[in-house]
Every structure is written in C-alpha cells, then in structure tokens.
Design a protein around this ligand. Sequence first.
Ligand SMILES: [Zn+2]
Length: 138
Amino acid sequence: MTKQCKACGKAFQPHPKVPNQTYCSSPECQRERRRRWLEEKRQVDADYQGNEPQKIEQWRNEHPDYWKQYRQANPNYADRNRNLQQTRNQRSRNPVIANVYELPEFSPFPSGRYRLIPVIADVIANEYELIVEIIVIS
Ligand SMILES: [Zn+2]
C-alpha cells in the first residue's frame, strides 16, 4: 500500500515496521517531520525548551565567561581536570604496553562497559566519547 508523503507529496511505500509512517524516508522530509513535531511539541508543552540547540547556544553567548568563572571559583575542579588531562596526555605519548609477567591473575580488562575516547592528532577528543560493551573471550 502506498501513501502520500505529508511533506513532499510524493507517493511512498511505508516501512513494514512503521505502518503509520506519514512522511517518506528522504532526509529532507524526515527533517521536516522532526521540525513539525518540535513545533507542535513546543506549542503543547511550554517546558519542552531545555534541549534546543539554539537555546543552549543563546545561553552560551549570554554567559561567555561562565566556565572561566566556574574554574576560578572552583580551583580544585580546574586542577583536577588539568592533572587528569596531563596524565592522559602522558599516557597517549607513552602508551603502556601490558607486560605479560606483570599481568595479575585476573585480566585488568574484564568484560564490561568501557568509555572509549578517541585520540585525534594527539588530542583526547572527549566530545566523541563512546560507551562500548567489550566481551573478553579468552
Ligand atoms: Zn517526502
């Protein structure tokens, strides 16, 4: 059964798992769908404003020294961060190669969730952090 896209008006085939689909899958129409959803949401729910990127950007522009002042007011926080970053930098310059003879009885890296932070051009790219599940198989 084909439907007519609410945005572009073209006929499309809804995804089998989304029978109520009313917009085709083109990126423009999906953007339009989200835009309309947000608009509606905003009208219905006055509280739904917190996560909008423009709001965050606006707040940042109105409080340009917030983090600077925060660091000045909280020297421990700044120190701790600086130390952590230095340690991380140190580690990325001199990666620790696990020595077989020093390995404890149990692997220091058991299966579990880990924070994966890429190093891009020798800089820890925290904003690209991923939480990954690692399953150790031996
Ligand atoms: Zn469309």
